[in-house]
Design a protein around this ligand. Sequence first.
Ligand code: HPA
Length: 268
Amino acid sequence: MLSKIKEATLYLRAKTDYQPRVGIILGTGLGGLVEHIDIKLAIPYEEIPHFPVSTVEGHSGRLIFGELAGVPVVAMQGRFHYYEGYAPEQVVFPVRVMKMLGISALFVSNAAGGINSTFRVGDVMVITDHINLIPNVLIGKNHDELGPRFPDMFEPYSKELIAAATAEAERLNIKLQYGCYVGTTGPTFETPKEYGYFRFIGGDAVGMSTTPEVIAARHMGLPVFGVSIITNAAFSGQKSTHEEVQQEGRKAEKRMTALFSALVTKVK
Ligand code: HPA
């Protein structure tokens, strides 16, 4: 795996000497942040050696190098989900490559079902912790060059970045929620009892991504900032559909984009 990561990194390095400071993963229906990036180079995933190719609707699949609010970033437009059938190490392959490209923080976003009944559809939830219910991406041989065998997960989401986001959101007049993200394999949405169970164990939102990438990032010592866009009120007992998730994602995109643009400038 290590040699594949290095090959992909070398391929990208041969294309550009651009030095991104922040890596960004855009979730379902949230790809529009890209319109705010002053793009220097966009590379379709299929051109990058060993990169998996995204299959899910609403994900277009490009690695984008450019400036967001004057800060050099690399953004994944489209991510890889466990439910698509990828091996766990493939799901996080791009995160490994972005780290090798030299990023010093990872920003992640996703669409999620709200299980905290005080949340509303369209809310932006800052992820303060997670419960990972997807097979752990670090199972198997550990590559000491990437990180330790037993990484601690005491601060999965950077307290410093959460504090900075809170200050920026106040300045921008963006309402934030805070909470715990439950990462499941999907692809089924939850049964009513499953939603109740995830609430009972401490979750505020549930989705089918993010925890693998955050685990890989923390394994490599990267500070992480994450947000969930609440696209459906799972506690309401109403059905969830992929179309609804995409639609609500697009509506909240503006606020998330404003927050990410302000926060990238705070990363050293
Ligand atoms: N459950 C799981 N994943 C999701 C949901 C949900 O309710 N909404 C958006 N992604």
